[in-house]
Design a binder for this molecule. Structure first.
Ligand SMILES: [Zn+2]
Length: 246
């Protein structure tokens, strides 16, 4: 499936750390934002463990979180994200708990995205040099379970219902970082924005170096497709659109 004709009215990205979204799905978000989608960016932790500087200790975590939130807001401004939500769970300790699933369910019911984008809850290893961060897997698992069944099922989390959060059915779930790809989004025109978004995370990446990797990764993800740069997904269509946009 080459889903370049598909533009959700509203899309929500759900990731564990500031910068995760920008390493992975930012080209798609920027593309959809330019085409009129409202994008909501949910960041579950504020990346407060994201430093191995010997001068840093527990007392610096709050400052680091504040800095990383600022970086994410700058990145999201580049991408054209409408709304950014920080849930402020502790970085490095994330588990796919019911309270996290409930927080994500609340956000899905509040913002009512047609599409949710997240990572791969099954990914333990990428290549032979990177053990996937457990927070990434936890975030992806909680996101998938919030999408289905929690967000759309009336009697799951009745306290949310009592607080006015009516059920909402997400139509499409975009899983990034999987080998079971069935959909390629052409990001040739928004790769520059993806790179620029990533360059806002100055505490995490060398802005001079990210460009090269991002081009390589996007080229890799487009392999075999008629496009130069892509982001590749397993897309689950949970509910068909009334008017199928292709
Ligand atoms: Zn991360």
């Amino acid at each position: 499936m080459n889903a370049n004709g598909y533009i959700p009215r509203r899309a929500m990205s759900i990731y564990a750390h500031p910068d995760d979204q920008d390493f992975t799905v930012a080209g798609t978000l920027a593309k959809w934002a330019r085409l009129g989608s409202e994008i909501i960016s949910v960041v579950i932790t504020s990346g407060d463990s994201g430093s191995n500087d010997p001068a840093m200790d527990g007392a610096h975590k709050k400052d680091l979180a504040a800095l990383r939130e600022k970086e994410q807001l700058a990145a999201n401004a580049v991408l054209g994200v409408r709304e950014t939500v920080f849930l402020r769970y502790p970085d490095g300790e994330l588990e796919p708990t019911v309270p996290l699933r409930k927080d994500l369910t609340r956000l899905i019911r509040q913002f009512k995205p047609d599409t949710v984008l997240t990572g791969n809850p099954e990914a333990w290893f990428y290549g032979d040099e990177y053990v996937n961060h457990p927070d990434h897997r936890a975030a992806a698992q909680a996101a998938c379970t919030a999408v289905f069944p929690s967000a759309g099922t009336r009697l799951i989390f009745t306290d949310l219902l009592a607080a006015g959060y009516e059920p909402h059915e997400v139509k499409r779930l975009y899983i990034h970082g999987t080998e079971e790809v069935n959909t390629w989004v052409d990001i040739t025109e928004t790769l520059e924005l993806k790179i620029k978004a990533l360059q806002q995370h100055v505490s995490q990446v060398d802005p001079k170096e990210v460009e090269k990797w991002m081009r390589e990764w996007a080229e890799e993800e487009a392999r075999g497709q008629e496009m130069k740069y892509a982001e590749a997904y397993k897309v689950m269509i949970l509910k068909k659109d009334e008017v199928e946009a292709g």
